[in-house]
Design a protein around this ligand. Structure first.
Ligand SMILES: C[S@@+](CC[C@H](N)C(=O)[O-])C[C@H]1O[C@@H](n2cnc3c(N)ncnc32)[C@H](O)[C@@H]1O
Length: 241
């Protein structure tokens, strides 16, 4: 039986995992997980039979990813490389990757357009980018609901015209689409991720029988409805090059 933490994690990642799996059908693929952290996604992808390279600047994260791969019996299919978005060319051959996962990283870099150009260079033509970023409107709402009104206003009015981004950069749907198109990508599907999950007390999920499964079903149903994209904590997009 799943433990509460695993259940919550499954709800948080289900929409993105569904989308990633949909592009991995067929034969073995070369997958690059940029900022793959402790390997949660990389190991799941490897368990499907694909080769995964995890690039991350953190040696601790890479060590945790290697342990996880070992525990799951997929060490032979997971390679960790210490590096970052600026050193991708050293980690994988140019044009040699079938799928890039870039989840929770684009908002951390100074120049997202340059990061997308680096990703485009390693993808083979026609290959897919799975990109997940923080969604700005949800972050504004979360700060306002916590009483941090000045921070909420700063985030609401921050744009790419040179205004500094407080902390991690968050994107609106239109900003992300425009950035991708300018970088030569064709977005094929947008998903709202964690539309409700971050608003629900975790005790409810832990104690109420069936609550996690029902929430997961609700998240899946809302994920592709454009009217919910503006309240989703995260945006996920599949884009081809
Ligand atoms: C928020 S975590 C996301 C981890 C994982 N992708 C996930 O979705 O759970 C961000 C990860 O990006 C890594 N990171 C930070 N800056 C980076 C950069 N410039 N290039 C690549 N990875 C970076 C961090 O070490 C960390 O593991």
């Amino acid at each position: 039986m799943e433990r509460p933490l695993e259940r919550r994690n499954a709800v948080r990642t289900a929409v993105v995992w569904d989308a990633v799996q949909s592009v991995l059908e067929g034969g073995e693929r070369q997958v690059l997980d940029i900022g793959g952290g402790t390997g949660g996604f990389a190991v799941r992808v490897a368990r499907l039979g694909h080769q995964v390279t995890v690039v991350d600047p953190s040696p601790d994260a890479l060590a945790a990813a290697a342990r996880r791969a070992h525990d799951e019996g997929v060490s032979a299919r997971v390679t960790g490389v210490q590096g970052d978005l600026g050193t991708l060319a050293e980690a994988v051959p140019e044009g040699g990757v079938d799928l890039v996962l870039c989840h929770g990283v684009l908002g951390l870099v100074e120049d997202p357009a340059a990061a997308l150009a680096a990703i485009a260079a390693v993808l083979r033509p026609g290959a897919t980018l799975s990109l997940q970023v923080g969604q700005r409107h949800a972050a504004v709402l979360a700060r306002a609901m916590a009483g941090h009104f000045t921070q909420a206003l700063q985030l609401l009015t921050s744009t790419d015209d040179g205004t500094p981004h407080p902390g991690e950069r968050r994107f609106t749907h239109d900003e992300l689409r425009d950035l991708l198109v300018a970088g030569g990508f064709t977005p094929t599907a947008f998903h709202g991720v964690r539309v409700f999950t971050d608003l629900v007390p975790s005790s409810l999920l832990d104690l109420e029988p069936g609550a996690s499964a029902a929430l997961l079903e609700l998240e899946r149903a809302a994920a592709q409805r454009p009217e919910y994209l503006t309240v989703a904590s995260q945006l996920h997009v599949l884009a081809t090059r």
